[in-house]
Design a protein around this ligand. Structure first.
Ligand SMILES: Cc1cc2nc3c(=O)[nH]c(=O)nc-3n(C[C@H](O)[C@H](O)[C@H](O)COP(=O)(O)O)c2cc1C
Ligand code: SF4
Length: 670
């Protein structure tokens, strides 16, 4: 009995089991045979009950011995119960059942059609749809490809509209990597290696590779974890390596480094990553090879030279817009551009990440992609840098949507995993993947037949890209370049839908250089090729006499002209706030002309920018740099110039303003 007179659950369970065990043992002693089996079972349960009651880790088992195990059992099969019995066709997460079914059907080369019409709620706010044409056309025989290679690239490569996004060996099993590699080889699309190194599993199956280099520099790493140009060159020159991706961040966990404890470094992983087994292996949060946008583009140039002119790109999830603009300034000032940028959305996948990061850190793909696209258009760089999009791209319409939002090509990770057999059990981080895709356990990994799954990856890719091309044909188009932002519409309230052209603010070519619009001007001004991070002036702190300003001053330091809190002062390009005069004093060594000092009609290309003078120390690997004239390297025109549209919204920092009364054509930008 408890204090309140109620029977104690624990004692009740143990007493019942003891009694039952006793009775059954007695009966078994007389009757023998099968009774002993029951007796052993009951005694085992009794032992378990006593163990549960006395252990200290699980409260529920202490209070509900034996029975409490049901909770853990049910919890462990919750995703399966959810998937098989509860979830509707369109509401599974991260990928709904319909999407998964399409991937599985296409992977098997089966019919992916559905009867009886959509189950989606087309009146739901946020519902998006593509506009078909009244005069559809036939799709081209061969799907279009995308040429990657900017002005300084000497080995451009044509890639598919959809490719395999970075997933390392280590997070994926060897068999999964081989199967994907075979699929990519058969289909002629790119297999990105992931930051875990270019391994033997990535080679020998005919696939073209983009080798990804993260902050751990696996495969091109000195003993102290820094970048090794010699080791990099060795692999970058391999014929199957068609391009290099510098990973800056990943949508599911941006800004997070990683530590692989030595206990988890298997001989295979040590070999793949070229790291010792007896030391913890650190992937820092940021790169040691560069710390600023300027150093980043110089690193790009170094890699380009070391790889004999192969395309070099960067991959990141968008954080601060100032940082993106700082990159564009660095590109201009150094006259070095990446050949491609892959924008990863915060909805992207991962082998393992803290939920807070996956849920709340980083910009979703739609916003991130359009931001980068606009930044490149507005700075006149869009035509020379190809833009990739990663983040839940699984179907033909996903591809078309991302192309409209500004991408030239897409990357897919989890859908490719599904084509390889993933059932979305979401246990990738446990080493217990039931289908052998995301595990290093050889017993589980053997579930993957690499020939069969390779064919599935090939089928899935082929049919999905074909569907994207077919959708474009239904829209009356034979090439992605004919897409424009009017063709994608979104329900914004219960009565109306609006096109992407009118919902979002699309910059004109060179607009940031010549006349940055109100919503961008402050970030543009703030961006500095020598800094990542929002670091410069914050206008509201420098206004004259705002009532609350005195609260922000550090007591006793105002008289000395000390900086105001919230306005960092170190380094070039930042702004000192003289607290006595409440005026900002911009400090910058940036050789780029202040935007406000540009004359009418002048763009940055009219200015010299920072070209390395012969006596400037060049980065180690820039020998053989091909000098580019600003007009050679940076062609002037980037295509259409859409104008603003009535009612379009202009995103200010933290607010949204509205531009009324200006005409804007709804063309695709850049
Ligand atoms: C298992 C797994 C491993 C991943 N490993 C990497 C990696 O090594 N490097 C990287 O840049 N992104 C990595 N990603 C992110 C993907 O490349 C991709 O950017 C992201 O998942 C969005 O694509 P998705 O929505 O199609 O999965 C990984 C994703 C998954 C699911
Ligand atoms: S089946 Fe589950 S554990 Fe395996 S790869 Fe897919 S989500 Fe990860």
């Amino acid at each position: 009995m408890g204090h309140d007179g109620r029977v104690n659950n624990r004692l009740l369970i143990v007493a019942t089991l003891s009694l039952a065990a006793l009775v059954v043992v007695l009966v078994a002693a007389i009757g023998g045979g099968a009774w002993w089996v029951l007796a052993v079972l009951l005694v085992a349960l009794l032992v378990l009950a006593v163990w549960d009651m006395t252990q200290k880790r699980h409260a529920i088992l202490r209070n509900y011995p034996v029975l409490g195990h049901m909770r853990y059992l049910l919890e462990s099969i919750r995703p399966e119960i959810q998937q098989y019995f509860i979830e509707r066709n369109f509401d599974g997460k991260p990928f709904d059942r319909d999407t998964r079914s399409i991937v599985y059907a296409r992977a098997k080369g089966l019919d992916s059609h559905k009867a009886f019409g959509t189950e989606r709620d087309t009146s739901e706010i946020g519902y998006e749809f593509l506009l078909h044409s009244t005069a559809p056309v036939n799709p081209p025989e061969e799907p279009p490809t995308v040429r990657i290679g900017g002005p300084d690239c000497r080995r451009p490569v044509d890639i598919s509209l959809m490719n395999i996004s970075s997933m390392s060996f280590g997070s994926l099993s060897a068999n999964a990597v081989i199967a994907m590699n075979k699929g990519a080889g058969l289909g002629g699309f790119i297999h990105e290696t992931g930051e875990g190194g270019l391994t033997k599993y990535h080679r020998g199956n005919g696939a073209d590779l983009f080798w990804e280099i993260g902050s751990g520099y696996f495969g091109c790493r000195n003993e102290d974890g820094t970048f090794s140009p010699e080791k990099f060159a060795e692999k970058a020159l391999l014929p199957e390596v068609k391009g290099i991706t510098i990973k800056i961040s990943q949508g599911a966990k941006p800004g997070l480094g990683g530590m692989l404890p030595k206990e988890k470094i298997s001989p295979e992983i040590a070999e793949a990553r070229e790291i010792p087994m007896d030391k913890d292996c650190l992937s820092p949060a940021s790169h040691s090879a560069f710390r600023t946008p300027r150093e980043m583009v110089r690193f790009i140039e170094q890699l380009r030279e070391l790889s004999d002119g192969k395309p070099i790109g960067i991959k990141f999830c968008v954080g601060s817009r100032v940082d993106v603009l700082a990159m564009t300034k660095a590109i201009w000032e150094e006259r070095i551009a990446p050949d491609f940028i892959i924008v990863d959305g915060s909805e992207g996948g991962t082998g393992a990440a803290p939920l807070e990061y996956s849920d709340r850190v980083g910009t979703p793909l739609t916003e991130g992609l359009m931001l980068v696209h606009n930044a490149l258009v507005g700075t006149g760089l869009r035509h020379m840098i190809k833009l990739g999009a990663a983040g839940k791209v699984a179907t033909g319409s996903d591809i078309v949507k991302r192309l409209i939002q500004g991408a030239d090509f897409t990357m897919s990770a989890r859908a490719m995993m599904m084509a390889t057999g993933c059932i979305q059990a979401q246990k990738c981080h446990t080493n217990e993947c039931p289908v052998g895709v995301a595990t290093q356990d050889p017993r589980l990994m053997r579930a993957i037949d690499v020939e069969d799954k390779g064919n599935r990856v090939f089928n899935y890719h082929r049919l999905t890209v074909r569907e994207a091309v077919q959708i474009m044909a239904s829209m009356g188009l034979t090439h992605p370049s004919q897409l424009n932002t009017r063709m994608l519409r979104r329900r914004v309230d219960h009565l109306s839908t609006r096109s992407y052209a009118s919902i979002y603010h699309w910059l004109r070519t060179d607009e940031l250089l010549n006349d940055p619009p109100a919503g961008w001007a402050m970030d543009w001004e703030e961006a500095d090729a020598d800094h990542f991070g929002e670091h410069a002036r914050v206008d509201y702190l420098t206004e004259r006499d705002p009532q609350w300003r005195s609260e922000l001053l550090i007591p006793g330091r105002e008289a000395a002209g000390a900086p105001v809190q919230g306005s960092p002062v170190s380094g070039t390009g930042s702004t000192l706030v003289d607290a006595r005069r409440t005026e900002s004093v911009p400090l910058t060594t940036s050789p780029m002309p202040r935007v406000s000092s540009l004359g009418e009609g002048e763009s940055l290309s009219s200015h010299g920018g920072r070209r390395r003078a012969p006596q400037d120390p060049a980065p180690a690997a820039t020998a053989g740099e091909t000098p580019t004239d600003e007009n050679e390297g940076l062609p002037a025109e980037a295509g259409e110039r859409p104008e603003r549209q009535d009612g379009e919204e202009v995103t200010q920092r933290g607010t949204t303003g509205r531009v009324e009364g200006e005409h804007r054509g709804e063309g695709r930008v850049g």
